[in-house]
Design a protein around this ligand. Sequence first.
Ligand code: DC
Length: 215
Amino acid sequence: MNSRHFTIAIDGPAAAGKGTLSRLIAETYGFHHLDTGLTYRATAKALLDAGKTLDDEIVAEKMAREVELAGLDRDILSQHEIGEAASKIAVMPSVRRALVEAQRRFSEKTPGTVLDGRDIGTVVCPQAPVKLYVTASPEVRAKRRYDEIISKSAPADFDAIFEDVKRRDERDMGRADSPLKPAEDAHLLDTSEMSIEAAFQAAKSIIDAALSRNN
Ligand code: DC
């Protein structure tokens, strides 16, 4: 770490609340935010749009190198099928290498950055002065997904969502390259029984303490 930029690394499984928390933190501190999941999603979408299969690592790496961080559109990329495809191509080491390079460049922006994903504290920014691992039980995460879909008046099947959350966890935690796990020095935030406001306050105390050490 140096005093020119300050990096906050936020990891955790799907639907644990890390996206909302990361955006709140970035807004509060005036830092740049990157949802690194969108980089995997954009790569997957480029493959799907080009009619390519999801098992050709050479083509996938090429697509990963062409991803423009400035053009990532959350609304388009949030589709379920894109998330599934992203989780499949995220096991490919050369895709990860390409995206990690871009993410590291982003993390050097001043005055600071918030990156959220699965391997930020362990691989992308292991020197980050603040690492948070945001988690919640699979049931709670599935229920949040379910409520979110219902609130948009779309049909949702809780059991299917629950199975999906568990399958995604297995894939993200079980892959050989950069599996999802807390960094040794990460602060654990279990949001199963915590409001987003409470999680934010907990994160804020950790960040404020690190910022004052840094000054
Ligand atoms: O957080 P998300 O649902 O947008 O992520 C989509 C997929 O991308 C997820 O299943 C795993 C992968 N991913 C990753 O491997 N590493 C990251 N830093 C971020 C996401």
